[in-house]
Design a binder for this molecule. Structure first.
Ligand SMILES: [Zn+2]
Ligand SMILES: [Zn+2]
Length: 140
């Protein structure tokens, strides 16, 4: 199963194949600042499952920390995805994949939330233990 998406102006198109490794919400300050939104709805993919299908020449990358290479369209400023080299996964923002049925399973960095979401899903204080976090869950 493939899904395609793109940036705000449409100059950059991307395609993902298969199923995401994980889907959920990140509440961290970095995601909020970068996305200009109270949460980031993420879908994580192996890099081999993600392909820029058009407009690669318009893709720019901003890197502030080792964890995140943030990719966006240089024409419209629209955000595309964030590559996370240390964990070997790419976050293709759920909002850039309109045909993917977003099925969140977890909230991460919930200790930093500014938008509490009482949806019954697990709320991790930071990251899962297997990704170097505490793995601790906290109350909604
Ligand atoms: Zn664009
Ligand atoms: Zn985050």
């Amino acid at each position: 199963m493939a899904h395609s998406g793109g940036c705000f102006c449409g100059a950059v198109r991307l395609e993902v194949t298969g199923a995401p490794e994980a889907m959920g919400y990140c509440h961290c300050q970095s995601c909020r600042s970068w996305s200009a939104a109270p949460v980031n709805a993420f879908t994580l993919w192996k890099p081999s499952a993600v392909r820029i299908s058009a407009g690669a020449e318009h893709v720019a990358t901003f890197q502030k920390s080792e964890l995140s290479q943030r990719q966006y369209c240089r024409k419209c400023g629209g955000h595309l995805m964030t590559n996370h080299p240390p964990i070997g996964l790419v976050d293709v923002f759920a909002a850039t994949l309109p045909t993917l049925a977003f099925a969140p399973a977890v909230h991460v960095n919930y200790a930093e939330t500014v938008l509490p979401m009482r949806d019954g899903l697990p709320k991790l204080r930071d990251f899962p233990a297997e990704l170097g976090g505490s793995g601790e869950t906290i109350r909604e």
